[in-house]
Design a binder for this molecule. Structure first.
Ligand SMILES: Nc1ncnc2c1ncn2[C@@H]1O[C@H](COP(=O)(O)OP(=O)(O)O)[C@@H](O)[C@H]1O
Ligand SMILES: [Mg+2]
Length: 337
């Protein structure tokens, strides 16, 4: 691990919105320079709020944050010069062309003349937008627009690039293309990237470290290998006739995890999710143990561990539930962000 100062450091960020919405409840993030860091979480988890605070677009109620060594509250101007931001929704001007958008952005950062021209050409090339450079942005496909957004964030050669949900809304082909672009950027010398996503696969592919965020806090952090390693084996889901009480859970969990090749049993209502080296092999033993304990079983299924399993384990509820809640709260607060 590097001994240089972190490129991004946030400690205990708290942010509430009117109506008693706790967007961040003590958010901690540390990103080492020159690495790609992924904030992974369902809708409403607080990812965009974190990005807004780190990019000086919002103020935390409390907590501290530095980006590229500058305090976001005391020196927002210095932070802004050091960073590039690709917001969740595009910031490009739809009636200007791709080239005009890049030129304008460059001028805002003090580039001009031949230097500006060269930089714009370089970015148009790099993001395969050269052929579309003279077209109005409103005619771009989703993938082209997203590539332009990233190019806009890079015009002034920032040290730290923030990508808020870079592939949400893209079709699978455009998403894969964007993954390749981001992976290439990550190879650029010195560039630090903080990206947010609600796709496990995306974080897995692009990020050297991932923080899983739920309800405004980090619930677990590590390399993708660490996180996946925890979930090695199969998931066996057992549907029970009746929910099991707290005391019964402790007993059952002990009995189940004593079975050979069984590592963990998590309870969720009438369902038990068990992690086993070989799911199919574990089912008979699991059913036997449940029968001896007098617990009625309705069904048992074997599956590879999914994002749901990661979430259930670290956040105590299913990812799909969390996504549904997040979607509700977005509707209630009436905003796309
Ligand atoms: N401007 C705002 N006003 C009120 N509530 C907000 C605002 N921005 C975000 N929120 C709420 O804060 C929580 C976190 O939102 P956000 O950071 O956008 O999550 P994410 O980007 O992970 O989907 C959500 O409950 C959201 O509804
Ligand atoms: Mg968001």
């Amino acid at each position: 691990m590097s001994t240089r100062a972190p490129a991004v450091e946030a400690r205990q960020l708290i942010k509430t919105y009117p109506g008693d919405v706790t967007a961040l409840g003590g958010m901690d993030v540390t990103v080492e320079p020159g690495t790609v860091f992924g904030l992974l979480g369902p809708n409403g988890a607080g990812k965009s709020t974190t990005v807004k605070i780190l990019t000086t677009l919002a103020r935390p109620d409390s907590g501290i944050a530095t980006v590229a060594g500058h305090d976001v509250l005391r020196h927002p101007d210095r932070v802004r010069r050091a960073i590039g931001v690709v917001a969740q929704s595009s910031g490009a001007d739809p009636v200007a062309t791709g080239r005009e958008n890049l030129q304008l952005q460059g001028r805002l950062y003090g580039l001009k003349g031949a230097g500006l021209h060269r930089r714009v050409d370089e970015l148009l090339d790099r993001f395969t937008l050269a052929d579309a450079a003279k077209r109005q942005v409103k005619g771009y496909s989703g993938g082209m627009l997203r590539r332009l957004d990233v190019a806009l964030g890079l015009v002034h050669r920032p040290e730290v690039l923030f990508l808020d949900e870079p592939t949400t809304g893209l079709d699978p082909e455009a998403r894969t293309a964007m993954w390749d672009e981001i992976a290439r950027l990550a190879g650029d010398e010195g560039l630090t990237i903080l990206l947010t996503t609600h796709y496990l696969e995306e974080a897995d592919r692009l990020a050297e470290r991932i923080a899983i965020v739920d309800r405004g806090r980090v619930v677990v952090e590590g390399t993708p290998d660490d996180l996946k390693g925890e979930l090695r084996g199969d998931a066996v889901h057992v549907e029970l006739r009746d929910a099991v009480g707290e005391a019964g859970r402790t007993l059952l969990s002990g009995a189940l995890t004593r079975l050979p090749g069984v590592h963990e049993a998590l309870f969720d209502g009438r369902r038990i999710s068990v992690r086993a080296d070989d799911g199919a092999a574990a089912v008979p033993a699991l059913l036997g143990a449940l029968e001896r304990a007098g617990v009625g079983v309705v069904a048992a299924t074997v599956a590879r561990p999914s994002l749901d399993d990661v979430y259930l384990r670290y956040a105590g509820r299913r990812y799909s539930e969390a996504e549904a809640e997040g979607a509700d709260s977005l509707v209630l607060t009436g905003g796309a962000r």
